[in-house]
Design a protein around this ligand. Structure first.
Ligand code: G3P
Length: 218
């Protein structure tokens, strides 16, 4: 499964990319706002694209199809890694069709139902982003949505990649891996939670203590 980092924080992106832990980055307007307005968004997207060797989702902020197509076309020119993120609205799907006809990869975001995911694929989406955590925020079953989309896409040989989004904790990741989501996007905190295990820490402490008892250097 491809792992994307869900952040616009360039230091976090560099940290994960240098360790070879991530295959790409996803951003959204809220994540852009979190890193503050000091940086020009175009420069920040370019910086991210030069830091990670993989798809970098940049989201449009227009709500009409024409505006999304215009913004998406401009964003796509920043770097070959850019993937245009559009919301799952009728206008978003129109923009998705137009941008993908022009050879621009589109990530359709804010997906909350299997029928939405099916229509996004029809509109030529390269990625569909179902939001697991936000469904659970309103007592729904986010993983069931991922399973249903997996089944639908497999039934009809749909190539759109399932990008499990709004991943909030390691169990979301385990479930998405087991279901067979193509990609998962997660915040830096969750990425590092995935590698932590108390037995690893305890085992390492024991190894180091035993080595120390040797009284030798390596
Ligand atoms: O990038 C979109 C998605 O991952 C947002 O997650 O935690 O804000 O629901 P969250």
């Amino acid at each position: 499964m491809k792992i994307f980092l869900d952040t616009a924080d360039i230091d976090e992106i560099r940290r994960a990319a240098e360790a070879g832990l991530i295959d790409g980055v996803t951003t959204n307007p809220s994540l852009m706002a979190k890193v503050g307005g000091d940086r020009d968004p175009t420069e920040l997207f370019l910086d991210i694209c030069e830091t990670v060797d993989g798809p970098v989702s940049a989201e449009v902020i227009a709500i009409d199809a024409e505006g999304m197509i215009e913004q998406g076309g401009r964003l796509a020119k920043i770097h070959d890694n850019i993937v245009i993120k559009v919301p799952l609205t009728e206008a978003g799907l129109r923009a998705c069709r137009s941008l993908s006809n022009d050879g621009i990869r589109v990530n359709v975001t804010l997906c909350f139902s299997p029928t939405q995911a099916h229509l996004a694929a029809k509109a030529g989406a390269a990625y569909i982003s179902p939001f697991i955590g936000r469904i659970e925020d309103i007592s729904g079953d986010g993983m069931e949505l991922i399973s249903q989309i997996r089944m639908i896409y497999d039934n009809y040989d749909i190539e759109t990649e399932i990008l499990a989004a709004s991943i909030r904790h390691p169990q979301h990741m385990v479930q998405a891996l087991l279901i067979g989501a193509d990609c998962g996007t997660l915040p830096p905190k969750v990425l590092y939670q995935l590698l932590k295990h108390p037995l690893t820490d305890r085992g390492l402490d024991g190894f180091l203590a035993d080595w120390k008892s040797l009284g030798r250097d390596l």
